[in-house]
Design a protein around this ligand. Structure first.
Ligand code: 6GU
Length: 241
């Protein structure tokens, strides 16, 4: 149940963050395998060109299909015993959610193709969607300069769901977005800080009351911050009827 991740990018150094902390340990423990490839290694001109002007005109530059074709043909041949899922991060994709993270954590091989500039020539997506499972995925409704930061986010969200990566498996289920409610607020020592007290119920020793209080906090917090996550009609408790 190990997960292999390959990333094709013109900024390999961005992905060094995957060697740190929890995912770095997961790699050293053999639970996760990360391979980063420089798209420019699949060019053949002196300037290692990966982009060109858009047909039809318009702002910015588009990534040329030939380096992507060579890079993806190479990478997709690296693990014949695995089944690739090709992920193309982009603001126009399906939303990357916790559900999608679970789905991807169940695969054995993720290949990320990081676009920059105004995007990758559309024929690359056409070509590879006919050859492997391909998902275009977006983090949310805002614009990043390229897919690298999105790959860091997606890889962390997926990698921590691989069995063994997070030590205490309980901490995986008691989380925001796992069961449709945001998490309850947490406190530690000291019991009084700058005149602010820890809610007394947490010091009461009544486990049942603590559980009840935390559940109420989760509902109230979700109602206040993320009413869109609640079943329709429960979002505005204040209205008449
Ligand atoms: Cl996945 N890529 C880019 N370039 N921008 C984004 C994004 C992805 N998700 C939100 N904005």
């Amino acid at each position: 149940a190990t997960l292999r991740i390959d990333v094709v990018t013109i900024f390999p150094e961005y992905l060094r963050a995957l060697d740190l902390s929890l995912l770095g340990k997961a790699q050293r423990d053999g639970l996760l395998e990360v391979h980063v490839h420089d798209l420019r290694d699949f060019t053949h001109d002196r300037h290692r060109t990966v982009d060109d002007t858009p047909y039809g005109g318009g702002a910015g530059m588009v990534m040329r299909p030939e380096p992507w074709g060579e890079a993806l043909d190479h990478v997709l041949g690296l693990a014949p015993d695995r089944t690739p899922t090709l992920v193309v991060p982009g603001p126009g994709g399906d939303r990357f959610t916790q559900q999608r993270a679970h789905e991807l954590a169940g695969r054995d091989w993720l290949v990320f193709a990081c676009g920059r500039y105004e995007g990758i020539d559309e024929r690359v997506v056409e070509e590879y969607s006919e050859r492997v499972e391909l998902q275009v995925l977006s983090l949310g409704d805002y614009v990043l300069n390229g897919g690298e930061v999105a790959v860091l986010a997606m890889t962390e969200a997926v990698g921590r769901l691989v069995p063994g990566v997070v030590g205490n498996a309980e901490s995986l289920v008691e989380e925001s977005h796992e069961d449709g409610l945001l998490e309850y607020p947490v406190y530690t020592k000291p019991a009084s800080w700058r005149g602010r007290e820890v809610p007394p119920v947490l010091l009461s020793g009544h486990h049942g009351r603590v559980t009840e209080w935390r559940h109420a906090q989760r509902i109230e917090r979700t109602r206040a911050r993320r009413p869109d996550m609640l079943p329709h009609g429960q979002a505005d408790r204040g209205s008449p009827g």
